[in-house]
Design a protein around this ligand. Structure first.
Ligand code: AMP
Ligand code: GLY
Length: 437
C-alpha cells in the first residue's frame, strides 16, 4: 500500500516511524516531511497547506491511503478534495474539522447533544462581549478566539480586567484577524487535563491511551503557553471509573451526535478533557476542546506504546470499517521531552548545529527503547542536522515503569546539544507525585 503522510512536524515523524513498521506499507511518502524521516520515507516537496499540489500528487501517484497531520489543511478541505478524487483518506472533511476550526461550532454542537462542557457565550461585537463580562463575577474567566490561531487564541484571564484586555486585543485590535472576529467567553474549569485521542470512522469511536501534555514553557507549569513541551502516557488520573464516565457521558453521545448530524468523520478526534472533582470526590469529565487531528506531542508517546499495526487501524477508519478493530497497547509507560530553541514560544534563532542525535551516544538499553522525533530541523550544506524551528525535537523513551522511561528519556536528552537548547526537566511531575505517599 502506498501511503502518504501530510505534514512535517514531530507528530508526523512519529506517524511515519510507526507506519514504516507495517508489512502492508510498501511505499511511504511524506509531504513535505522532515529530515528525521529521510531513511524511512520519500519526501515530496509540497507544503502541507498546498491542497491542490497534494491532491494532484496523491492522484497521480495512486496513493492507497493519505494521512493528514495538521489542522490547517483539514480545515481547508484537503480530505474532501482527496475523497472527490478517489483517494482514501484518514482525516475529517472540512465539516468535521469545524469541531476544531470553529470553537463556537464545537461548543454549540456539544450543547445540542448534552456533552458536558463549560458554560459559554459567543459574541461578534466587542460591545456585547464587554457587557456580558460585567455580568460575571470578577474571577477567572476564559476568552477564546473562534477560529484557528495556532494555539495562541486562548486566554485564561485571572479576573475581569485581564479578560477585558484579551477581548480588546482579539476584537478591537484584530490580533488574530478573521479567527478573532467572533469570541467566546467561557467558565474557567479547574482540575487536571487529559488528552484523549480517539480513532473514529464516524460510527465507532475508539479511545487511545490517556496522555498528559505539559503546555507551559516553564517547569512547575509556569510561563507562557506553548504547543506542548512534553507528554507522558498512560496516566493514572484516568482511572477505569473515569474512563467509564467518559464513555457514558462523552464518547457515546458523540457517536450519536456525529450520526445525527451526518458528519462523516474518519480520522483522529482528539478530546481535550478537564477532570474536575465534585463535592463528593467523584470526578466530572468535561470537554475543554476538540482537535480534528492527532496531538503533538501526544502522538510521540502513543506510537511507541501501540502494539497493533497502525496502518490497519487508519485504513479501517478511512474505509468506515473500524467496528471490528481492537487496537492493542503495551503495558509500559512512555515519556516525550520536547527540546526547543531558546526563547520559544517567543523569538528564537535557528541554524544551530545539533549534536548527539545518534542512539550510539547512549548505552544500548537506552538506545533500544528511545527515539528522537524531529520537528523543527533541517540540514546545512555539509549535511549536519541544524535547528529550524521553535520546537526542534521530541525525544521519547519507553520503559516498564515511569521511572525507567524518565531515566531513559533524560539520558537521551542530555546527550543532545545545540546552542540555546531549552527543555523541561519535570515532564510527568503530576504522575510522579501521585505515586509518592
Ligand atoms: P486550547 O488552545 O483550546 O488547547 O486551550 C489552551 C488551554 O487553555 C487548554 O489546554 C486549557 O489549559 C486552557 N483552557 C481552555 N479552555 C478552558 C476552560 N474553559 N477552563 C479552563 N481552562 C481552559
Ligand atoms: N498538544 C496539544 C495539541 O496538539 O493541540
Amino acid at each position: 500500500m502506498k501511503t502518504l503522510v501530510v505534514g512535517g512536524g514531530g507528530r508526523e515523524h512519529a506517524l511515519v516511524w510507526k507506519l514504516a513498521q507495517s508489512p502492508k506499507v510498501t511505499k511511504l511518502y511524506a509531504a513535505p516531511g522532515n529530515p528525521g524521516m529521510e531513511d524511512i520515507a520519500e519526501r515530496i516537496p509540497v507544503g502541507a497547506e498546498d491542497i491542490g499540489g497534494i491532491a494532484a500528487f496523491a492522484e497521480r501517484g495512486k496513493i492507497d491511503l493519505a494521512v493528514i497531520g495538521p489542522e490547517a489543511p483539514l480545515a481547508a478541505g484537503l480530505a474532501d478534495r482527496l475523497r472527490e478524487r478517489g483517494v482514501l483518506c484518514f482525516g475529517p472533511g472540512a465539516r468535521g474539522a469545524l469541531l476544531e476550526s470553529s470553537k463556537r461550532f464545537a461548543r454549540d454542537f456539544m450543547a445540542r447533544h448534552d456533552i458536558p462542557e463549560p458554560r459559554y457565550h459567543s459574541f461578534v461585537t466587542l460591545d456585547e462581549a464587554g457587557r456580558h463580562l460585567e455580568t460575571l463575577p470578577d474571577g477567572p474567566v476564559v476568552v477564546k478566539a473562534d477560529g484557528l490561531a495556532q494555539g495562541k487564541g486562548v486566554v485564561v484571564a485571572q479576573n475581569r480586567a485581564g479578560a477585558r484586555v484579551a477581548l480588546g486585543e482579539m476584537m478591537g485590535e484584530g490580533r488574530f484577524g478573521e479567527a478573532g472576529k467572533e469570541v467566546l467567553i467561557e467558565e474557567c474549569l479547574s482540575g487536571e487535563e487529559v488528552s484523549l485521542l480517539t480513532f473514529t470512522d464516524g460510527k465507532t469511536i475508539l479511545p487511545m491511551l490517556p496522555v498528559q501534555d505539559h503546555k507551559r514553557a516553564g517547569e512547575g507549569d509556569t510561563g507562557p503557553n506553548t504547543g506542548g513541551m512534553g507528554t507522558c502516557a498512560p496516566v493514572s488520573v484516568f482511572t477505569p471509573e473515569v474512563a467509564g464516565r467518559v464513555d457514558e457521558t462523552i464518547i457515546r453521545p458523540l457517536q450519536k451526535a456525529l450520526r445525527e448530524e451526518k458528519i462523516d468523520y474518519r480520522g483522529c478526534l482528539y478530546i481535550g478533557l478537564m477532570l474536575t472533582p465534585d463535592d463528593s470526590g467523584a470526578v466530572i469529565p468535561r470537554v475543554i476542546e476538540f482537535n480534528a487531528r492527532f496531538g503533538d506531542p501526544e502522538t510521540q508517546v502513543l506510537m511507541p506504546l501501540l502494539k497493533s499495526d497502525l496502518f490497519d487501524i487508519l485504513y479501517a477508519c478511512a474505509r468506515g470499517e473500524l467496528g471490528d478493530v481492537r487496537p492493542e497497547w503495551s503495558d509500559g509507560r512512555a515519556v516525550c521531552v520536547v527540546m526547543a530553541s531558546g526563547g520559544y514560544p517567543g523569538k528564537y534563532s535557528t541554524g544551530h548545529v545539533i549534536e548527539g542525535l545518534s542512539a550510539e551516544e547512549v548505552p544500548l538499553d537506552i538506545g533500544h527503547d528511545s527515539w528522537v522525533f524531529h520537528a523543527g530541523t533541517d540540514r546545512n550544506d555539509r549535511g549536519d542536522s541544524i535547528t529550524s524551528g521553535g520546537r526542534v525535537l521530541g525525544v521519547t523513551a519507553r520503559g516498564a515503569t515511569l521511572e525507567e522511561a524518565l531515566r531513559r528519556v533524560y539520558a537521551r536528552v542530555d546527550a543532545i546539544r545545540f546552542e540555546g537548547r531549552i527543555f523541561r526537566r519535570d515532564i510527568a511531575h503530576r504522575e510522579l507525585s501521585r505515586r509518592k505517599p
